[in-house]
Design a protein around this ligand. Structure first.
Ligand code: SAM
Length: 258
């Protein structure tokens, strides 16, 4: 009786369920583009080039961990950057997400990249608060992009990030943040509370999810508060610990495990 497909024969039902989930994942991309006018792609590109991941001359291959990696957006960019900029064709990407359907979408997409079906990338269902399949001191870079806001216990996830990173490892987070200019912020709040739920309703018939999105952004701590939480988890910040993107609509936070 799940999904109201009670009267649909078994084989057709499976097909419908798949259709529903791939719909969710593809509309996710479409909505990101619609809401941000494609700017989330520029933020992600900048996030990865700033991090500059890749094996250095004479160094060993690295282990990357992308948490809440869903569709593989960040994972593929990191492997591409490592190859293009550092000639690194050996470092390995571990993609984890709590949602098996999002992860399946990422795995499906990986087949269209040079890394699909190779040992360069793997996908695991994991809760960021525990990461129980990831050993202590095992990762060189931990990334989380537009994910941490959704975690139930953010301090637990940060402590876990610290646990799984090697000494010298880098934590990097891309997330919505607070707009640093009051006039722009007024416009942004108008857009968020009036337009985004409407776009959700009109474009994908889902107002509630987009209402939730706006509220979760509102609830998330400020740049300074979040930098303090990263420090509390044991990380060392460089400078303020963050960089604003598009006036603080999003921000990149980084910390090093010394
Ligand atoms: N990283 C991708 C990006 O930048 O486009 C996907 C971000 S998507 C908005 C948020 C993801 O966080 C979802 O795939 C969701 O399943 C995942 N997520 C939420 N809570 C989680 C948790 N506790 N542990 C791991 N992943 C989680």
């Amino acid at each position: 009786t799940h999904f109201g497909f009670k009267t649909v024969p078994e084989d057709e039902k499976e097909h419908l369920v798949k259709h529903v989930f791939s719909n969710v994942a593809s509309s996710y991309d479409y909505m990101n583009d619609a809401m941000s006018l494609g700017i989330h792609r520029l933020w992600k590109d900048h996030f990865v080039s700033k991090l500059d991941p890749g094996r250095r001359a004479g160094g060993s291959p690295l282990s990357f961990l992308d948490v809440a990696g869903g569709s593989g957006d960040i994972a593929f960019r990191i492997l591409d950057h490592a190859a293009k900029i550092h000639g690194d064709h050996e470092s390995v990407m571990n993609v984890v997400d709590i949602n098996p359907e999002m992860l399946a979408e990422g795995e499906k997409r990986s087949k269209e990249t040079p890394y699909g079906n190779t040992s360069r990338i793997n996908f695991k269902v994991q809760n960021a608060e525990f990461l129980d399949a990831i050993p202590d001191n095992s990762q060189d870079i931990y990334t989380v992009s537009f994910g941490i806001r959704n975690f139930t216990n953010i301090p637990a996830a940060l402590a876990t990030a610290h646990r799984v990173l090697k000494p010298g490892g880098v934590f990097a987070c891309l997330e919505f943040s607070k707009v640093d200019n009051s006039i722009l912020d007024t416009l942004y709040q108008q857009y968020s509370f009036n337009i985004i739920p409407l776009l959700g309703q009109v474009l994908v018939g889902d107002r509630d999810s987009y209402q939730y999105l706006v509220e979760s952004i509102q609830r998330f701590p400020s740049q300074e508060q979040f930098a303090g939480m990263i420090q509390d988890a044991g990380f060392t910040l460089a400078g303020s610990g963050y960089e604003n993107l598009s006036f603080g609509i999003a921000a990149i936070h980084t910390g090093v495990k010394l």
